[in-house]
Write a protein that binds this ligand. Structure first.
Ligand code: NAG
Length: 219
């Protein structure tokens, strides 16, 4: 918990890139590695902002720690849903500090779908990261405000559901895939990948600083 890793406040001007990082409540070490590595670049930039999005844990102690961390660093958006083993997410209205966000009232009225009733999911960007346009992001927010957003248990599939509706009702969307949005392990020159350990995140960050964007170890 060092002050040098605190998040900077949200800029008043629009930014080019907003990075949302989904993170589990008890993954403090991973968040620390991110704060001490590539998030430095977003803190120095006036064009980008990064925030962790963390849902609540089933354990009260974990949530207490999370709340302290969120207050200290100012870079966490607490999401009023329960994470954990239970795949059926639900509003967490019973947790006393959950009402720190007014979206809870909206959440209560939203339709959460637990199982997808069709045979296949709509196309979606599977994997550790994707980029969406601000038009799509604004559409999702407005659908949320209109209580018309369908929530599904998996975040990337949910995004696919929303993009499909946006594509049908607003504007044509074309998915563009690049292998640099990598699934797992390491791949020289990649942008994103799943399952990186805190040590690996720090090591990867140091590599380009010393002149080469290469993997730290083979997996
Ligand atoms: C958007 O709609 C068009 C026309 O129906 C379709 O060809 C295209 O695959 C859709 N794109 C996505 C991302 O679903």
């Amino acid at each position: 918990m060092s002050a040098q890793w605190k998040g900077s406040p949200l800029p008043t001007e629009p930014v080019k890139l907003f990075i949302g990082i989904l993170s589990a409540a008890n993954h403090f070490a991973k968040r620390t590695a991110v704060r001490k590595s590539w998030m430095i670049a977003t803190r120095k930039s006036s064009n980008s902002v990064a925030r962790f999005f963390v849902a609540l844990n089933g354990k009260k102690e974990v949530n207490e720690e999370l709340k302290k961390e969120a207050e200290f660093f100012g870079d966490i958006v607490l999401v009023p849903f329960m994470e954990a083993e239970n795949p059926c997410v639900g509003p967490c209205k019973f947790l006393h500090w959950c009402d720190l966000t007014s979206i809870i009232q909206h959440i209560n009225a939203l339709r959460v779908i637990y199982e997808w009733e069709e045979e296949v999911y709509p196309p979606y960007a599977n994997g550790p990261g994707y980029v969406i346009s601000s038009e799509i992001a604004e559409y999702i927010v407005s659908e949320f405000d209109n209580q018309a957003l369908r929530l599904f248990k998996m975040e990337d599939v949910s995004m696919g559901i929303w993009v499909q509706k946006f594509n049908k009702t607003r504007q044509l969307v074309e998915y563009s895939h690049d292998v640099k949005f990598f699934q797992a392990g390491c791949f020289d020159g990649y942008y994103t990948a799943h399952y990186q350990s805190p040590q690996h995140i720090i090591c990867l960050w140091r590599k380009p600083q010393s002149g080469s964007a290469q993997c730290c170890n083979a997996r």
